[in-house]
Write a protein that binds this ligand. Structure first.
Ligand code: AKG
Ligand code: FE2
Length: 197
């Protein structure tokens, strides 16, 4: 199946969106398998000295054993499964220079689960990291806001089976979030592939 890149035109960024990167059938198969087989965990995060359960479930996979630390959490990776390798290879066909080492998975159980404003700019990701983000299941709005210029923002929908690639200066100059919603909605699995050296 052929999907077409849509360039998201924001300054100081390099963002591409592929709707239908996975067909509805492939997306459904991957969702069911990952929902069942991934060892989903809920970690506590510390924000301003208080501890809260993270508002979503997560899991970390990698091919190099390197942990990933963010928001006062250090995650130790599992070894990639067959499905994760299949998804990784399909994305790498679009990005011949990139060989992802790591995948952070998020499970948003319903509209109360979310991912607050942040940039994926930890130093282990290096300068100008390439981050490839897959959506399976329920679509969710995804927001960008510029770190320095509050007039610069963008909202888009991440659809079932879609791929969003963020690279270049994007993490340096922009924050992103998946907001909560009061609408009754189903589960969404998100996979973000990253390179951790
Ligand atoms: O769920 C998403 O689309 C975004 C996930 C994300 O930003 C992250 O895990 O860093
Ligand atoms: Fe992120």
């Amino acid at each position: 199946m052929q999907t077409e890149a849509l360039k998201i035109e924001l300054p100081e960024s390099d963002i591409q969106y592929f709707s239908g990167f996975f067909s509805p059938g492939e997306a459904a198969r991957l969702f069911e398998t990952l929902r069942r087989e991934i060892p989903w965990q809920q970690d506590d995060i510390r924000v301003f000295g208080k501890t809260y359960p993270q508002p979503r479930l997560t899991a970390l996979f990698a091919n190099n054993g390197k942990p990933y630390a963010y928001s006062n959490i250090t995650m130790i990776p599992h070894l990639f499964t067959g499905e994760l390798l299949e998804i990784k290879q399909k994305i790498e066909r679009l990005l011949p220079e990139t060989s992802f080492t790591t995948c952070l998975l998020n499970l948003y159980r319903d509209g109360r689960d979310s991912n607050g404003w942040h940039a994926d700019d930890e130093s282990v990701l290096g300068r100008n990291p390439v981050i490839a983000s897959v959506t399976l299941g329920e679509e969710r709005p995804f927001h960008f806001k510029h770190k320095k210029d509050p007039s610069l923002k963008h909202k888009m929908i991440l659809e079932n089976g879609s791929l969003l690639i963020m690279k270049g200066e994007t993490q340096h100059c922009w924050l992103h979030q998946v907001p909560k919603t009061k609408r009754p909605i189903g589960e969404r699995i998100n996979l973000t592939f990253r390179v951790i050296r």
